[in-house]
Write a protein that binds this ligand. Structure first.
Ligand SMILES: *[C@@H]1O[C@H](CO)[C@@H](O)[C@H](O)[C@H]1NC(C)=O
Ligand SMILES: *[C@@H]1O[C@H](CO)[C@@H](O)[C@H](O)[C@H]1NC(C)=O
Ligand SMILES: *[C@@H]1O[C@H](CO)[C@@H](O)[C@H](O)[C@H]1NC(C)=O
Ligand SMILES: *[C@@H]1O[C@H](CO)[C@@H](O)[C@H](O)[C@H]1NC(C)=O
Ligand SMILES: *[C@@H]1O[C@H](CO)[C@@H](O)[C@H](O)[C@H]1NC(C)=O
Ligand SMILES: *[C@@H]1O[C@H](CO)[C@@H](O)[C@H](O)[C@H]1NC(C)=O
Length: 502
């Protein structure tokens, strides 16, 4: 680069001084054909560039003889005789023009060089930066990730692209560019090598470690929970002080009739003689949210989950989502009436129909958000219950314990809770728990009535939900879970109890 440019500079300075000299300095050049003397211009002939602007052989020809005299005032006078008789003004002009063009060209080349020099400096910095980073990666095999690799790879690729462009357009010495290019290629190779190394070992190990850590965390969280939550009382017993908390919901599945069947109920049959029996029932209402006309039974949870090996039966017809199953019998409110019905499940047959005394029905005092559920059955450790409201109770919740065979009312309690103000209820160990809606994502177990003592009061147990409306809640004494029908989804909750009995 410096060689070529230096030469160019020398040429330009020569051209400039030459033309200026011809115009106005000391010895005046008088064209003459007499007494020519040779004026030999050494660099002229060596300059290959001269041919490009000289316009042919005339220029490279030596000037003619000249003679010099000193006049009486002591001024030196020279006369130069040129081979041509006339002064080649046009050639001088061309020379001047060419010099100007060259000078402009030179300026742009110079600025380009400056630009390239800057570029190269930044490249060098970036390369150094990358080198440092790769070195760190090489040293500490655990501290880098796939992302680090990707970032460096992208940067190196970008630099490779830039260096290629630089190489193509750079006119000067290519040594620095070539060096840079080599270094970048070196870097690429190194990264590739590191990466294969890493892919085989480090990343895999890192992933495994992460997975293990995750599992450890889960395990710890479970331990924590286990140590915080008192051990569950024996299934089916009431050796505890009542519900104190509830788990997050776990979705079991969508009801068998599909997403549009938003109303209904489901649960697991409870028989005190066979508490671990796994008979599950699902009873979606028609899309009118009122009529119960069929249900399905599954002998195992797996069958329920797979929607297989079910027994499907028709009912003519139940009303509302208040059904429950106890000792292989389903209990429902009969359509358009205040009657309650016991349906034998196997074989399917309506066993008993009886009027529930004074019970309001046909959407008189149904739950908040859920229509047609004036009569709601419940099962707990103590037996079969029904909750409803009467005109005499002014719409407040009435709790009755039923003879599960005959459907006779064995005992009745009247609460101070207005039934249409609660979103659902369930019974545990003779205690009624009521929920209300806090918002679209949260219910709250906010009220209890203890039939054992006649006490009632407030609670504040948040109950997260998957979907907006909780249509029904059924408790199972053996697994101590709530079975909730939530806008067509079948979900479970675990209940947590206070350790000390009240
Ligand atoms: C220069 O002039 C001298 C005398 O006038 C002559 O002898 C000589 O040949 C000339 N040289 C050339 C190259 O014309
Ligand atoms: C050089 O690397 C450091 C991190 O090591 C980073 O913070 C910095 O921005 C980098 N500089 C350039 C010009 O990429
Ligand atoms: C390329 O890398 C090798 C080994 O890592 C090194 O010996 C060599 O000098 C590097 N070349 C350049 C141009 O950086
Ligand atoms: C209740 O259970 C939830 C979910 O398991 C938990 O996040 C919360 O801390 C519990 N609350 C109390 C008071 O134990
Ligand atoms: C239920 O428990 C009894 C013993 O109480 C046991 O023999 C039986 O295998 C259990 N059945 C299931 C399905 O777990
Ligand atoms: C329930 O009703 C059946 C049939 O009427 C009767 O045999 C049984 O003794 C009753 N049980 C109770 C606890 O009243």
């Amino acid at each position: 680069m410096s060689q070529g440019l230096g030469f160019l500079l020398a040429l330009l300075s020569f051209l400039c001084s030459g033309t200026v000299g011809a115009q106005n300095t000391g010895p005046t050049w008088v064209p003459s054909s007499t007494q020519p003397e040779v004026l030999h211009i050494a660099p002229w002939e060596e300059t290959s560039a001269a041919t490009s602007w000289g316009g042919g052989g005339a220029v490279s020809k030596p000037f003619s003889n000249f003679t010099g005299t000193v006049d009486d005032r002591g001024i030196c006078q020279c006369s130069v005789s040129l081979p041509d008789t006339t002064f080649p003004v046009d050639r001088v002009e061309r020379l001047e023009y060419t010099a100007h063009v060259l000078s402009e060209k030179f300026k742009t080349e110079l600025s380009k060089v400056k630009e390239y020099a800057q570029l190269i400096t930044t490249y060098e910095k970036r390369l150094f930066n990358l080198t440092v980073r790769v070195e760190i990666m090489e040293k500490d095999s655990i501290s880098y990730t796939e992302l680090d690799f990707e970032l460096i790879k992208i940067e190196v690729k970008e630099m490779t692209k830039l260096i290629t462009r630089l190489k193509e357009s750079f006119v000067g010495s290519k040594q620095i560019v070539v060096q840079l290019e080599m270094e970048i290629r070196n870097m690429t190779l190194l990264i590739e090598k590191l990466e294969t190394l890493d892919k085989n070992n480090v990343l895999v190990i890192r992933r495994e470690i992460l997975a293990l850590k995750e599992r450890l965390k889960e395990c710890e969280a479970q331990n924590e929970q286990a140590s915080l939550v008192p051990p569950a009382p024996a299934p089916g017993t009431c050796n505890h002080g009542g519900v104190v908390n509830i788990s997050r919901p776990s979705v079991v599945q969508l009801n068998w009739r599909g997403f549009s069947y938003k109303y209904g109920s489901w649960g697991r049959d409870y028989s005190p003689e066979h508490p671990n029996k796994t008979l599950y029932w699902v009873a979606p209402l028609e899309t009118n949210g009122r009529t119960l006309s069929s249900y399905r039974l599954y002998n195992t949870l797996d069958n329920l989950l797979l929607y297989t090996h079910f027994q499907e039966s028709s009912i003519n017809a139940g009303q509302g989502s208040g059904a429950t199953v106890y000792k292989n019998n389903m209990y429902v409110n009969w359509h358009y009436t205040g009657n309650i019905v016991r349906i034998n499940l196997t074989p399917h047959s309506v066993a008993v129909t009886r009027q529930l005394p004074n019970a309001a029905y046909n959407n008189r005092f149904s739950y908040a958000n859920v229509a047609w559920q004036d009569i709601d059955f419940a099962v707990d450790e103590q037996g079969l219950w029904v909750t409803y409201a009467t005109e005499a109770s002014t719409g407040n919740i009435v709790i009755s314990l039923l003879n599960d065979t005959s459907l006779e009312v064995l005992n009745t309690w009247v609460t101070k809770m207005y039934r249409p103000s609660v979103s659902g209820t369930f019974m545990v160990c003779g205690v009624l728990y009521a929920t209300r809606t806090l918002n679209t994502r949260m219910e709250e177990i906010f009220y209890y009535y203890d039939t054992n003592t006649g006490k009632e009061g407030n609670l504040a147990i948040p109950m997260p939900k998957m979907q907006e409306v909780v249509q029904s809640i059924n408790y199972h004494p053996y697994d101590q879970k709530l079975y909730v029908y939530n806008d067509g989804y079948l979900v479970n909750y675990d209940l947590f109890f206070q350790k000390e009995p009240k």
